[in-house]
Write a protein that binds this ligand. Sequence first.
Ligand code: F3S
Length: 430
Amino acid sequence: MHLTSEEEKMLAGEEGYGVQKNMQILTALGEIFGAEKMIPVTSVQVAGVSYYNLGDAGLEYLDTLANKGARARVNTTLNPAGMDLENWRELGIDEDFARKQELVISAFVKMGVTPSCTCTPYLVGNEPRRGDHIAWSESSAVTYANSVLGAMTNREGGPSALAAAVTGRTPCYGMHIEKNRKPQVHVKIDTKLTTVPDYGALGYAVGKKIGPKIPILDGIEAAQVEQLKSLCASIATYGGTALFHTDGTASRENEKPAETLTITRADIQGALRALNDEAAQVDFVALGCPHCTLDEIKTIATLVEGKKVTREFWICTARQTMKEAEEMGYAQKIRTAGAKFACDTCMAVAPLKGRFSVLATDSAKACYYGRGTNDFKTRIGSVEECVNAAVTGNWSWCEAERYPADEPKDQRWSHMNLSPSLEALTRTRE
Ligand code: F3S
């Protein structure tokens, strides 16, 4: 791999151990993937922040880098940590875990990383422009950055993303090369999608059928931010792709691929059924996977107003978004009802195993981690259905069974607040 003289100096240790170590990681990665050179990055997002996943070995690694001069050169933000950094006691996190998690965050801060602790960095100021080369590691955010924002990033691991932050570079391979971003499957979506779970189910259905291939998703031009982030999370989780095109936007200049797939209402219902376990009662409700937008919080506030929740109910979001919700008066309504904000963290990276047994959520990705990481049974439904479960504790039906394919859904979600659509987003970014 060709390195510039500045990169050679980093590798030789002329900028200290912290930079040298990270340049070694990137050159090794570049050699493995056949990169010919490094490219500068404008933005980094680092996953692997929860002490639950890092353990003592991860903490020691971060500490060493921080103490040996590793510093971020570009705008770098963090994925969720294992706890709300301020209100961890309220969420039932024990003191030992909290102390270790604080040390992890301190090491990142010492390296100049912004402790935003969110999987939706694009909602809180880390929003790359179309064509920017970036190094992000949270899978849902990677897919959102490539597919919705039009930036270019591989799905980095935590260490390689941090290495990109410290050196300002990433090896040029994969999603950084235009010819690797061509669509491989034309997916015709032959059913109306309305809810956030619908889009999660779409990601599940497509991901299971095509794996990591790059699709054109034909028929989601009206999707809104909340639906798109759910789709990005789900398609990355269940299929592994880091990029999809949409018929009206990024793929306009691309030829339609020969391989085709049609997604019908039966596929969406099948996905919803697969994500729903048998369980009439829930003991944990979590919304915000990926982290809630302000509009989602507004919807939750409307739905819980005047009610009292009887089950542990987390609204996972970025701290910045929660503060905006406080300014708007939404947060107070949510807290009055007994629900809790889980800022800086989420239901997948917090140490929850053994505390709950049935999770209700609107997120297909949360079902995956709820089952895989925490051994929860899962129930997926709309935000209204989840709020109802938090209040009554009951989940007596499954959306896929309750709503037949021909039932018009639009009227049922009339008071759902959603952010701009993909079409609008694309217009404003052109
Ligand atoms: Fe975000 Fe946690 Fe879901 S990191 S995408 S809320 S699993």
